[in-house]
Ligand binder design. Structure first.
Ligand code: ATP
Length: 256
């Protein structure tokens, strides 16, 4: 990695409700143009890191208690989420949040409003999202609550893309989806990264998928980043795969 990263997380610690310690030492960096995967088992702290990165922890009654997060020169903890969105840091939360009663298209439009887009810009952006996710064209009038889980994830990602992000932050996009749909979504993310230079930070429990599509990965364990490396390096480490696929042996550390 050369130059200042787009996102830098240093020695991050966080708690919920002043008592539950969720993070106790997370370091990671995302350079412009990279796809970085944040992997780790259930409860390792992935969602907490992503919420901290979008300054959404206070809304979950959590707080950053030490360390810092810098996005494109901004101190994230002092920057309101809507200002981060306008600066290009846009998140797709866990559980593919859609407004279930609104149509697919209305959901997408809400993603452009945060940026203060005008009608013409929204029309152009909608056309772009339908080109990225052609499946959504025929569902544009359907209530988001009635489409498939995969399509809901596409709506959630499409809505984020309407905000024209520079850094897209995704929480477990594979959750609850069929393998073919997961593959389709990750291929789309990889294409956006390659063709448009979209920088991506994605949390995943599905290590195999994450390492297949990411440039680098950071492994979280019990609220700490315990190792980091290129996806190719980590893919080649049987011990890591075994450990994080729940098969047993703990991995030795690889240098950061
Ligand atoms: P998952 O894949 O299950 O979402 P995760 O790696 O994203 O797991 P987090 O959700 O960040 O992990 O959770 C990290 C720790 O913080 C866990 O011990 C969890 O129980 C705790 N935690 C998460 N959210 C809250 C909350 N709102 N209040 C209290 N504790 C929380």
């Amino acid at each position: 990695m050369t130059g200042a990263p787009l996102l830098r997380v240093e020695a991050l610690e966080a708690r919920y409700g002043g008592a539950v310690r969720a993070l106790s030492g997370v370091d990671l960096a995302v350079a412009a143009g990279e796809i970085v995967a944040l992997v780790g088992s259930n409860g390792a702290g992935k969602t907490t890191v992503l919420k901290a990165v979008s300054n959404l922890l206070p809304a979950a009654r959590g707080q950053v208690t030490a360390g810092r997060i810098v996005y494109d020169g901004r101190d994230v903890s002092r920057t309101p989420t809507d200002a981060l969105v306008r600066a290009g840091l846009v998140g797709v939360l866990e559980g593919r949040h859609c407004f279930r009663g609104l149509s697919v298209e209305e959901n997408l439009v809400t993603g452009g409003l945060g940026r203060g887009s005008n009608r013409a810009a929204i029309r152009d952006d909608l056309a772009r999202i339908y080109a990225i996710f052609p499946r959504l064209v025929q569902k544009r009038r359907a209530p988001a609550g009635l489409i498939s889980g995969g399509e809901q994830q596409m709506v959630a990602i499409g809505r984020a893309l309407m905000g024209r992000p520079r850094l897209l932050v995704l929480d477990e996009p594979s959750m609850g989806l069929a393998p073919q749909v997961v593959a389709e979504i990750f291929r789309t993310l990889e294409r956006l990264n390659r063709d448009e230079g979209l920088t991506i930070l994605v949390a995943e429990q599905n290590v195999t998928v994450a390492l297949r599509h990411a440039d680098r990965a950071v492994v979280l364990e019990n609220g700490r980043s315990v190792l980091t490396g290129t996806a190719a390096e980590l893919r080649g480490r049987d011990d890591i795969r075994a450990f994080y696929l729940g098969l047993g042996t703990a991995p030795a550390r690889v240098p950061a």
